[in-house]
Design a protein around this ligand. Structure first.
Ligand code: NAP
Length: 348
């Protein structure tokens, strides 16, 4: 077999504020044949995720930024094209962390085989993959909601938010989702069965929120941070539990120096309302995968957990699609579907 010409999307510039198309560059190179103990994987599905903005730099994150010229990292679903590895056969489907490129070489470390008969392959990047795991870990390891309490989820129609909201509902919480736009609010109430949902982009957001939270909130699963956290602060009940999963509203904007410092105000609220607030990163919790799958895979198979995927077509579409995450144009787990090799026309 001829070696494939590998197309990659690399970081061209560190974004100032939100990422833009010129922060990315397409490059091509020929991959060497896999050596002893190596496999060649061909990516078929590439996950696009908010934290990838943080890896581009100029934002705070638990992970260091990547270098200019480095391919954008992240999870993919791939098929094994060539194998010199005893554990992987040609045709096996695997999850990789090979990022925004068409092919990659691997020594097998970090490759996770997928049972292609159990669920659609794309589920391994969302509800049964890292975003589902994030929702499960945030809820089960960092929160202990009391029965019947009010549980608020931000970015609730998204990949993490929609799963955490449904898992909380299954735990007997009164769940209120916050999302941008009437269609996402309808989805949360009518299709996911949340108790209420609020459109933060609507002019009457404040009134909607007041109606949805007549007794305040007991638990917050926050994916947004920034202005959303400020708006929710007055609703925190005594002994409220908060998990900070993400702060997408702040990813391009680490905080202007001339903004008034709200931290003392927050600390006062935490003290007098006995609030517990915790942050976490998925990267510390991959050992929870078996427990997560044992819990969530049957719920998905039984239709008790629903999920939405938003596919974009082709490798070329990735940079523009990625930007949709930051203004809410994505509607569900954002995944790029790559064409089959014959239509890629990229063999050297
Ligand atoms: P997602 O929710 O499917 O997509 C992102 C959504 O965020 C958008 O659809 C948009 O929804 C909302 N959003 C974007 N910019 C916003 C802004 N300025 N203000 C308010 N809402 C905004 O993405 P996801 O993969 O599930 O990630 C959700 C969050 O979880 C992110 O913050 C991500 O970084 C975090 N996360 C954390 C971990 C961890 O280890 N702690 C792991 C994975 C993900 P609307 O249309 O509703 O505005």
């Amino acid at each position: 077999m001829k070696n494939p010409l590998n197309r990659q999307i690399v970081l061209a510039a560190r974004p100032q504020g939100n990422a833009k198309l010129t922060d990315f560059e397409f490059v091509s190179n020929v991959l060497p044949a896999p050596g002893a103990g190596q496999v060649l994987v061909r990516n078929t599905l590439i996950s696009l995720d908010p934290y990838q903005r943080n890896l581009m730099g100029n934002a705070s994150s638990e992970l260091p930024p990547i270098e200019i010229g480095q391919p954008m990292p992240g999870p993919t679903v791939a098929v094994i094209e060539q194998s010199n590895h005893v554990d992987f056969a040609v045709g096996d489907h695997v999850v990789t962390w090979s990022g925004w490129q068409e092919y990659a070489l691997s020594d097998g470390a970090g490759l996770q085989k997928i049972d292609a008969t159990a669920a659609p392959l794309s589920a391994a990047l969302g509800v049964l993959g890292h975003t589902g795991l994030t929702a499960w870990v945030g809820l089960n390891k960092f929160l202990d909601p009391k029965p019947g309490g009010t549980f608020v989820v931000t970015a609730a129609a998204g990949s993490v938010g929609s799963i955490s909201a449904q898992l909380a509902k299954l735990k007997g919480q009164r769940v209120v989702g916050i999302a941008g736009g009437a269609e996402k609010v309808r989805y949360l109430k009518e299709e996911l069965g949340l108790d209420d949902a609020v459109d933060y982009k609507a002019p009457d957001f404040a009134a909607q929120l007041a109606r949805a939270l007549p007794s305040g909130l007991d638990t917050l699963f926050d994916n947004v941070g920034g202005f959303m956290f400020e708006v929710l602060m007055p609703y925190f009940n005594k002994h409220a539990q908060i998990v900070i999963c993400g702060t997408i509203a702040q990813y391009g904007f680490p905080g202007a120096p001339d903004e008034p410092n709200r931290l003392p105000e927050l600390l006062k609220a935490f003290l007098y309302r006995f609030i517990v607030i915790r942050g976490f990163a998925l990267t510390d919790h991959f050992d929870s995968v078996p427990d997560f799958l044992a819990d969530v895979a049957p719920l998905v198979a039984a239709g008790k957990i629903k999920y939405k995927e938003h596919f974009v077509d082709g490798f070329d579409s990735i940079p523009a699609a990625f930007l949709q995450l930051f203004d809410g144009r994505n509607n569900g787990k954002l995944i790029a579907k790559l064409a089959a090799p014959e239509s890629r026309g990229n063999h050297a």
